[in-house]
Design a binder for this molecule. Structure first.
Ligand code: DGJ
Length: 746
């Protein structure tokens, strides 16, 4: 049984084969964190884990006591897990253990995305009820442990069972006191077109972390953190990580105190949140996932990838191979006619594409980004047969048809704004900040979600659309809802996020076969919350392959490859001006949901042939790329080489990609150790050699050094030998990539 309770020590032990998480009810009825990490024997108790002195609070703040869901104002001066304001103005409550229950399975939360189970046998859940007798505040802590994943999920419900109103000023999803501070903390930060930059530093005393006040999780920081031991590498060592399944304003941070205990918090950002609980009201926090690994950062990523790919992504597309799409954005921007789109689609068919996606510019009077958001009907001047006619023609060519929308937005120049100016977020007597010439719809209002559902449903069903790219291109300013009373304006941001989730849920239920891809100017809402609705997301507007290696790598610490939209674009690249060979661009995009965004009618002839081969190659290995085990391989620290691999769960096949960035002569060769093979089996290593290499002179050294029969033990312990000299192997000199195919020999 994966959750045990020992009555004598009052310890709960959540465990599976690879992980233990132990908490206890302390003498005063609060809940303590005792241990998480490598599995401890489940059939005995661990009384020595209890803190030495519990009543140690004084001016000498002995915060060696570790709590699970600490409250405010009673001697623990670290960041609390929650804060309330009672009707008399006081903020202190004493939530004490009341009762618990343990049951097989896991409950869903209404309105919020969560990980799920398909049978009760997959997981077990512990609910602990804490009660503040004076106010009637009930706090229910939910913990779920899965048998197959080295992680637990946590969330919290607040219930007002008292007689007076209670205001929730802060409500974390997770608070976790780790026993020491010898960890490096990794956050994933950035901005538009440079999302998921790894930001690593040793923990130091005080509070450190990242947050969002943007209205969405944002590109400035992802709602996730990793803690690794300083000696932990991609392959070995201890690490744990947490990921908040939430798409709105969040905080994830760590506070190190002077006793070297680290308090980690993850939840809705209290800076922009409070929630009123009238009598009998309840509030559910988003879910947080805590994963742990002793096999390095790759091991930790595998925990999250497996869980997210199979038990967070959902719907018909979860396990399906994702189509290879051609998106019109970088190929046409707003400048298209039906004729031009059909020409692009025709060429796409020749090249082997499966889905044609019409991006921004098809609706209302939209000719640029200044108008029409909210008017979700086709621009008949541009598209005389409408979306329905265009889609029919494209389907007749043998492609599926997909469409871009930006539901949460409204342009001042739109029919919708003329009819409903009050639907835009803003304070009536103050100027509204315009960003990209657009305002934001108040998604917390049911009538707005209804309007969007109706208008978008009409387009989807009339044009038989197979795929929707749901964009969101501006952060939220002047937060205010004309539908909320003054004392509930602090609920605006969370209600906005719930409204987005509500619209997603309704559309997915109405159109279960449609594949949804999330987007927010690229990766500004690429988080575990949105992944619970849209099984893939457009990771970044930066399509430059060199930059993509960094961005996709950053995202890969938590998110699986089958949710990362990755497109090949034209050169010179539109974001950086860089010239990279077509094979290099494709090799970067293979490690994601492979697609293109360029005008295929303008491709140079030699690229056309190579693209065809790349598409055939990806189709052949698509399941491996999208559902295999992805690992980042250790390469020399000069950052000039990147190596990745995907391997099959049955250890029979793998693909290794090596990307060499800047050419320089006479470099040292190096070894890349691989992962995921059977040490006792023999494998055949070959190099993928497309017939036409688009200007590349073949670099024979790596083939000579590595191809042939190799033992699984050799591949993992010795690895491939990569010759780092690649003078004149690429048309541009720089940016050379190669893909090794590895198959178990019969
Ligand atoms: C931002 C997205 O990230 C792009 O891919 C594109 O869809 C544009 N918006 C369209 O306005």
């Amino acid at each position: 049984m994966p959750i045990g309770f020992d009555r004598s020590t009052r310890q709960f032990h959540l465990y599976n084969d690879d992980f233990s998480y132990i908490i206890a009810v302390y003498d005063n009825g609060s809940i303590g964190q005792l241990y998480f990490g490598e599995p401890l024997a489940p059939d005995k108790t661990h009384p020595f884990l209890a803190p030495l002195s519990f009543a140690g609070f004084s001016n000498n703040i002995r915060s060696i006591v570790r709590f699970e869901y600490p409250s405010y104002g009673q001697g623990d001066f670290r960041l609390p897990a929650f804060k309330v304001r009672l009707s008399d103005g006081s903020g202190v409550v004493e939530p004490r253990f009341e009762k618990y229950c343990i049951y097989p399975g896991k409950k869903a939360v209404p309105c919020l995305p969560t990980t799920y189970i398909e049978s009760d046998a997959e997981a077990e859940t512990l609910e602990i009820l804490l009660l503040d007798k004076e106010s009637g505040l009930r706090i229910i802590l939910f913990y779920t442990i899965f048998s197959a994943y080295t992680c637990i999920t946590r969330r919290v419900r607040f219930e007002n069972a008292g007689k007076e109103r209670i205001i929730l000023e802060s409500a974390m999803s997770l608070s976790l006191d780790a026993p020491d501070s010898v960890w490096n903390m990794i956050a994933f930060t950035g901005s538009w077109a440079r999302e998921f930059t790894m930001n690593e530093a040793p923990l130091r005393i005080g509070v450190q972390g990242v947050h969002s006040t943007l209205g969405v999780s944002g590109s400035t920081a992802n709602p996730s953190l990793i803690f690794r031991r300083p000696e932990t590498t991609e392959r070995i060592g201890e690490a744990f990580g947490l990921c908040l399944l939430y798409s709105g304003n969040f905080t994830v941070c760590a506070e190190v105190d002077c006793w070297d205990i680290v308090r980690i918090r993850a939840g809705i950002n209290p800076e922009t949140f409070s929630w009123t609980l009238e009598r009998e009201d309840s509030f559910d926090t988003p879910e947080a996932v805590l994963g742990w690994s002793k096999s390095g950062l790759n091991g930790l990523s595998h925990v999250f990838h497996n869980l997210f790919r199979t038990r967070l992504e959902c719907g018909a597309w979860r396990d399906r191979e994702r189509p290879i799409l051609l998106n019109s954005w970088e190929g046409a921007y707003f400048d298209f006619t039906e004729e031009k789109l059909l020409a692009m689609a025709k060429k796409a068919v020749d090249l082997g594409f499966e889905l044609f996606v019409l991006d921004d510019g098809w609706f209302g009077k939209r000719e640029d980004d200044t108008t029409s958001l909210g008017d979700w009907f086709p621009n008949m001047d541009k598209l005389p047969s409408g979306i329905t006619g265009l889609a029919e023609k494209i389907r007749a060519m043998g492609l599926k048809f997909g469409l871009w929308i930006e539901p949460e937005m409204i342009s001042e120049k739109s029919r919708l704004f003329a009819t409903h100016p009050d639907w835009a977020v803003g304070i009536p007597y103050r100027a509204r900040t315009e960003i990209r010439h657009q305002f934001v719809l108040d998604m917390g209002r049911a009538e707005i979600v209804d309007y969007l559902f109706e208008s978008i449903s009409t387009v989807i069903s009339s044009a038989k659309i197979s795929y929707i790219k749901w964009d969101m291109n501006r952060f939220i300013t002047e937060p205010f809802s004309m539908a909320l009373p003054p004392d509930r304006q602090t609920e605006f941001f969370h209600r906005y996020c719930l409204g987005v989730y509500r619209l997603y849920r309704r559309l997915i239920q109405a159109f279960p076969e449609v594949l949804f891809e999330s987007c927010a100017s690229g990766g500004a809402r690429f988080d575990g919350g949105i992944l619970g609705f849209a099984p893939q997301g457009w990771l970044s507007d930066d399509t430059d392959a060199v930059q993509r290696l960094e961005i996709q790598k950053g995202a890969s610490y938590f998110y699986p490859l089958n949710c990362m939209g990755a497109h090949v674009s034209a050169i010179p690249n539109h974001q950086t001006g860089r010239l990279t060979p077509i094979l290099f661009r494709a090799a970067a995009a293979f490690f994601g949901v492979f697609g293109f965004e360029l005008d295929p009618t303008k491709l140079p002839e030699e690229e056309t042939e190579t693209i065809k081969e790349c598409i055939i190659f990806y189709k052949r290995y698509r399941r491996l790329f999208q559902q295999g085990i992805f690992s980042r391989l250790d390469t020399p620290t000069d950052r000039n080489t990147v190596a990745w691999m995907v391997s099959s769960e049955d250890k029979k096949s793998a693909i290794v990609a090596v990307y060499k960035l800047n050419a320089s002569p006479n470099q040292k060769p190096f070894r890349v150790k691989l992962a995921g093979f059977d040490r006792t089996k023999v494998y055949c290593v070959s190099l993928w050699e497309p017939s036409y290499r688009a200007g590349l002179i073949f670099d024979a050294a790596d083939k000579r050094l590595n191809c042939g029969s190799r033992g699984g033990d050799e591949l993992m312990s010795c690895g491939l030998l990569i010759d780092n000299t690649f003078l004149a192997v690429s048309i541009t000199g720089d940016f050379y990539s190669e893909l090794f195919l590895i198959e178990e020999e019969a």
